[in-house]
Ligand binder design. Structure first.
Ligand code: MIC
Ligand code: SF4
Length: 638
């Protein structure tokens, strides 16, 4: 018999329905879930609609980390709603200030060998601990909480074999930037990325987490590292030795694809504007920097923060640079304040922010017009920083810290490497958590402020769609393009009608107008449509505006599921060149839907005004077909 990959071992242990074979839909048992506030309000509204007695998982955590500005009542209301839903259903509530969901989960709850489903695309961060941690839409996470079950299409497994060790001033960030350079933002679609090789033991758990975190940018289902002595030591330092379990692939495991990276040969890298795969070496080209932002779920660990503090110690932030730092968790911030690292940062002239997503999701610190911002984050999509023409470079903490001092994008290997290691113990900062009461003492009501509006639900599928193409996009459209997020919009994540005015505004100004004038419509997309954030707002807003189908060259995984859950058809061109035949304004007829969906993988659509027919594919599982016929998941589950 063939040896097994670690990914398949974990899937096999959790298999509830279906066959563990590439391309098949399976259901797996969900051990843990996490939500954050900007997708959490929807997830908990949906959990309310399902209304279980309590969560069916071993552990569910509701984090507040994205929108912590509270510039008005809106998101304070959201926090109160989420806190009340957590109390009602038996969920741990992590208060604002406690830290970024993925970093805190890694520190306090993640466990090797478990399946974690999170309503955030960077949930795979947990793969650093040997968990199979998967990002999903809020509704799928709500179902995960209510029923302890998650559906996914069995991915292939991509081996990333690591050899050697990181040179001084080269970070785990440079490893994943190298992977992105080689495989691109769609190279991981349909795969789990599994890390192997003797280089693995030279990476700490948080290094591994950095790599898994940004595996989201490959479009991968998730990424996973083995669980070994390094994992055990990390868990012990976090006071959780009991959660350790050794896990690795079989020696003779067979992978669908494989690449090798010799870490000893890596150099500092940067993803240039506006895509995480636009990666080049940090070179001598003198790019003047206006802002440096250090933090986010990718690079905000204790050791990353300590490296930054050591580089800044006794130095001064360049007069033309604004340096902002957000430590990943309250626990890290406490440690930095106790060991003096915070003093080094402040003395150098850094602005220390709350432990939260902050500038990564445009919550403040928008760069100046056409400003250059170096960020240790994971996404540099156009406009995401809050400034449309800003030039955002994704770099390591070492590159960021040294560049903040020199004032231009600088290869940090010119600098002496700081001597930083993990602490003896990480200690605990407990009081940001609110634990649920015993079931008989839990409140039965949730608290909803006026900003929380009901979400749209579709009607049952009709046999025929007759709509105009109201928008045609290029490749790699992100969910940030479909429904942008920034400090002005994030407070409205529970208000789909309000958000609908901003659909696609990074690309065009009149999408809502077009939808209203035409009584809804169809969107045409290129490759990897809907990459990036898991926000289901990117399907709920189109649903609200009457979009009935998206026809694309290919879809990103989470967005495809979100479209199906909302009852919108994700159709794929059979012949990619047919993409060129369709233009905005074309009138599309899709007939015989009721006899096609779920029965035929392929059927024709008609471009009426051009009198041509083109074939499209809709490859769905039986379950997905039922969801589409019912007009979305919530209808189907009634
Ligand atoms: C992101 O990094 O894009 C976000 C904001 O964390 C999203 C979730 C959201 O849009 O609320 C994600 O990664 O899923
Ligand atoms: Fe938060 Fe940024 Fe991480 Fe998303 S990528 S969870 S916004 S820190």
């Amino acid at each position: 018999m063939m040896g097994k990959t670690l990914a398949y071992k974990i899937l096999e242990e959790h298999l509830i329905e279906g066959e563990l074979a590439v391309g098949e839909e399976i259901a797996v048992k969900v051990d843990q879930t996490l939500t954050q506030d900007s997708t959490g309000t929807m997830a908990y509204l949906q959990l309310e609609a399902i209304n279980p007695k309590e969560v069916a998982t071993d552990l569910s955590v509701a984090y507040i980390d994205h929108n912590t500005l509270q510039a008005g009542f809106e998101n304070a209301d959201d926090h109160a709603f989420i806190a009340s839903a957590a109390a009602k259903y038996g969920i741990v509530f992590s208060k604002p200030g406690g830290g970024i969901c993925h970093q805190v989960h890694l520190e306090c709850f993640g466990k090797p060998g478990t399946i974690l489903i999170g309503s955030d695309s960077h949930t795979p961060t947990g793969g650093g601990l040997g968990a199979l941690a998967i990002g999903a839409g809020g509704l799928d996470v709500a179902v995960g909480m209510a029923k302890g079950k998650y559906y996914l299409t069995v991915p292939k497994v991509y081996e990333i074999r690591l050899t050697g060790s990181l040179p001084d001033m080269v970070n785990a960030k440079d490893v994943i930037l190298e992977v992105l350079k080689r495989l691109t933002v769609k190279g991981g679609v349909g795969y789990i990325m599994e890390y192997t090789g003797d280089g693995v033991e030279n990476l700490s758990v948080t290094d591994r987490a950095t790599i898994c975190n940004m595996g989201a940018e490959l479009g991968a289902t998730t990424s996973v590292f083995p669980s070994d002595k390094i994992t055990e030591a990390f868990l012990e330092k976090q006071g959780r030795k009991g959660d350790y379990r050794e896990l690795k692939a079989d020696e003779d495991a067979v992978y669908d694809d494989s690449i090798t990276i010799n870490m000893s040969e890596l150099v500092p890298m940067a993803a240039k504007p506006n895509s995480p795969d636009n990666v080049e070496k940090v070179s001598d080209e003198k790019i003047k920097v206006d802002q440096v932002a250090i933090g986010s779920c990718t690079n905000s660990s204790y050791t990353d923060m300590m490296k930054v503090a050591e580089i800044l110690k006794g130095n001064k932030v360049h007069p033309d640079v604004s340096l902002v730092i957000s430590p990943g968790s309250a626990n890290i911030l406490r440690q930095l304040s106790e060991n003096g690292a915070l003093a080094s940062m402040i003395s150098a002239g850094a602005r220390v922010l709350e432990s939260a997503c902050g500038p990564c999701i445009g919550m403040g610190q928008a760069p100046k017009s056409s400003g250059v911002s170096l960020r240790t984050f994971n996404r540099n999509f156009k406009g995401r920083s809050g400034t449309k023409d800003a030039k955002v470079y994704l770099v390591s903490p070492e590159t960021a810290a040294v560049s903040a001092i020199t004032g231009y994008l600088t290869d940090p290997t010119i600098w002496d490497a700081p001597d930083v290691s993990e602490p003896e113990t990480y200690g605990k900062t407990e009081h940001y958590f609110v634990y649920p009461k015993p079931i008989e003492e839990r409140p039965r009501e949730v608290v909803m402020g006026p900003n929380i509006k009901p979400f749209p639900i579709k009607e049952e599928l009709k046999d025929k769609i007759d709509k105009k193409v109201i928008f045609k996009t290029g490749d790699n459209i992100t969910t940030d393009d479909i429904v942008p997020s920034n400090a002005k919009l994030l407070p409205y994540r529970s208000n789909i009608p309000y958000l609908s005015s901003f659909a696609f505004t990074t690309l065009i100004d009149d999408f809502k107008d077009r939808a209203e004038r035409n009584g809804g419509g169809i969107i045409v997309g290129g490759e990897n449509y809907g990459q990036g954030s898991s926000r289901e707002h990117a399907s709920l807003v189109p649903l609200y505006l009457g979009i009935e189908a998206v026809i694309a060259k290919s879809f990103a995984r989470i967005h495809r599921s979100n479209l199906i859950n909302s009852g919108i058809l994700p159709l794929v061109f059979k012949d990619l060149k047919d993409y060129d035949l369709i233009e905005e304004g074309d009138e599309i007829s899709i007939l015989d839907l009721l006899s096609n969906i779920g029965y035929k993988d392929e059927f024709n659509i008609i471009i009426k005004n051009k009198s041509i027919e083109i074939p499209v594919k809709l490859i769905v599982s039986k379950r997905e077909a039922e969801v589409l016929r019912a007009g979305g998941y919530l209808n189907a589950s009634k």
